[in-house]
Design a protein around this ligand. Structure first.
Ligand code: HSE
Length: 326
């Protein structure tokens, strides 16, 4: 993917100077964490989006794209814009913001591209407003962006993007977010170059589940949370099992079963579909294993002649990073 490092403040005649401008990095996120559909997610250190903000005297939101994706610049049709508009509704004074977005997380890749835009947007503006809103408010605003992207409000990408680490979203109405201790695990992600829309991947899910499957699923969620808190790799590994969503969605991802099997043979603790796909992630306890998992993923997609990108990264512990004003 092309990389963009354009910084509009370096030569913008409208620059208002330090205090009114800020740059942030918004990390990619892996929602669901296999068994925790809509309730678990974690942030990763690579890839991330870069966004530049400038306060304006004029009310409203102005969006400038610095990347190749041609996303809408009408704030009401752009996930960052929708999140910012939701936030500005709760700001009394006539404040406006200009945001320049350089996406490095490909839209539709399944690693929280829309969440990075909406979460990054509200963290950036909040910083310029002297952090008047708490993180929970920011999640609430950012969910307006997520609703625009997928048709429903869910926070399992947004919350880890804002808080960092692994987050449990016990409830979204009312919001109840529990940041969990995140072990220093390695993450291998493969993104086959196909697009799966979250709304489509949600549309194919069954609306009812068998009690025996529900029991297995909540056993796994509890096991995964306990494994994370106790840093118990074996427990994490055996809890990374999804009997509800993966059997339905995995048909959308070429080579999914083989990726999973070869990754585990290469030493991965476990993994599965990242969010609604098509990316697939695996957790490993060390970098060497994570790279062997990456090699296994390459093997599968090279055999299928499917273009793909991989990342070997770690769990991001801080969430959206605010860089110093230029
Ligand atoms: N929990 C959401 C889903 C995440 O799986 O539909 C989408 O990224």
């Amino acid at each position: 993917m092309k990389q963009f490092f354009h910084n509009p403040f370096l030569y913008s005649p409208l620059s208002l100077g330090a205090g009114n401008t800020i740059t942030i990095h918004a990390p990619a996120t892996v929602a669901n964490m296999v068994c925790g559909f809509d309730v678990l997610g974690f942030a990763v250190n690579e890839p991330y989006d870069e966004m530049h903000f400038r306060l304006r005297d004029e009310p409203g939101v102005k969006i400038i794209n610095l990347d190749e994706y041609n996303l809408p610049t009408d704030p009401e049709k752009n996930v960052a814009g929708a999140a910012l508009l939701a936030m500005l509704e709760e700001v009394d004074e006539k404040t406006g913001v200009e945001v320049s977005i350089c996406k490095k997380i490909k839209p539709g890749s399944g690693v929280g591209s829309s969440a990075a835009s909406s979460a990054g947007a509200v963290v950036g503006l909040n910083h310029l407003l002297n952090n008047r809103f708490i993180k929970e408010d920011l999640v609430r605003f950012a969910m307006s962006g997520e609703k625009l992207a997928s048709g429903v409000k869910h926070a399992d990408n947004i919350a880890p993007c804002i808080y960092g680490g692994v987050t449990l979203i016990r409830s979204i109405f009312p919001l109840d977010i529990i940041p969990l201790a995140a072990p220093s695990l390695y993450v291998t992600i493969v993104h086959p170059q196909i697009e799966v829309r979250t709304s489509d991947a949600r549309g194919i899910l069954k609306q009812q589940v068998q009690l025996k499957d529900a029991i297995r699923q909540w056993g796994n969620i509890a096991g995964l949370v306990a494994g994370l808190l106790q840093n118990d790799h074996a427990l994490i590994g055996r809890s990374l099992e999804d009997v509800l969503i993966e059997p339905v969605r995995s048909i959308l991802i070429p080579g999914f079963d083989t990726i999973k099997q070869l990754s585990k043979e290469a030493g991965a603790l476990g993994g599965g579909i990242s969010g609604s796909g098509p990316s697939v992630f695996m957790l490993s306890k060390d970098e060497n294993t994570a790279k062997q998992v990456e090699a296994a993923m390459h093997t599968v997609y090279n055999q299928l002649s499917l273009e793909h990108h991989t990342y070997v990264t770690t769990i991001n512990q801080e969430g959206v990073r605010v860089l110093s004003p230029e």
